[in-house]
Design a protein around this ligand. Structure first.
Ligand code: SAH
Length: 229
């Protein structure tokens, strides 16, 4: 066989292994060590190539223990926060999940590995379009991206088994509460500014909402107009 081709193939195998090792380490030291137990979440995060969803200039930091800039003033959450929020909605195969704040598409891909269908909305057009392309390239046929204001949810596809919001509004948008199924869960950061946000879990039972506050967090603001660069 062509020797060059053989060497290139070997190199690409090592490269894949390298990222797989980084992901396995990330799951062990950042997630399992901090109490993430859901096997579906851990498996998904061992699988999704986070380095292929972040911009090239921060690719080498993709599996570090922190958030990263993704352009247009936005950030991709720390892996632990993604795992924590995914675990909190108790994702199961066959579920239909709405995400507000597509960003890089990473959270959507993690959901896409576990649940049936993912609907995700991004207000910053270049980010939404890039995530749509990247997710398609990675083969996530069950992740549907829309560019627009997530405040109104995705009425045509409602109701949802679960909703994950990854930008922080001052209060929980009523349309999202309305689009949650009976028995459904929503996880959302709420608060006026980055220093005073709390991550809340809402559960709809017999039409009523039960809310618990899980921890203090820092998310980018939930905006209502198209964000300018
Ligand atoms: N889940 C993302 C993290 C994105 S950060 C990931 O895994 O990479 C939050 C995102 O929410 C930003 O991209 C921001 O542009 C977007 N956002 C803010 N307000 C929004 C709104 N009203 N509707 C939809 N997206 C919004």
């Amino acid at each position: 066989m062509n020797r060059l081709l053989y060497i290139l193939m070997l190199l690409s195998v090592f490269q894949t292994d390298h990222y797989q090792t980084l992901r396995n380490d990330m799951v062990r030291t950042q997630l399992e060590a901090r109490g993430i137990r859901n096997a579906l979440v851990l498996d998904a995060m061992r699988k999704v190539p986070r380095h292929q969803l972040v911009p090239g200039n921060v690719r080498h930091l993709a599996y570090e223990d922190g958030p990263l800039p993704i352009g247009n003033g936005q950030t991709i959450s720390q892996p632990y926060i993604v795992a924590f929020m995914t675990e909190a909605i108790d994702p199961k195969p066959g579920m239909k999940v709405l995400e507000i704040g597509t960003g890089s598409g990473y959270q959507a891909a993690v959901l896409g590995e576990i649940v049936g269908e993912v609907y995700t909305i991004e207000i910053v057009e270049p980010l939404g379009k890039k995530a749509q392309r990247d997710l398609a390239d990675l083969g996530y046929k069950n992740v549907h991206v829309r560019v627009g204001d997530g405040y109104q949810g995705w009425p045509e596809e409602a109701p949802f088994d679960a909703i994950i919001v990854t930008a922080a509004p001052d209060k929980v948008p009523q349309p999202l509460i309305d689009q949650l199924k009976e028995g459904g869960k929503m996880i959302i950061p709420v608060g006026p500014h980055a220093n005073a946000q709390e991550l809340r879990l809402l559960e709809k039972r017999k039409g009523k909402i039960r809310t618990s506050s899980l921890m203090g967090v820092r998310f980018v603001p939930f905006t209502r107009d198209s964000v300018k660069e």
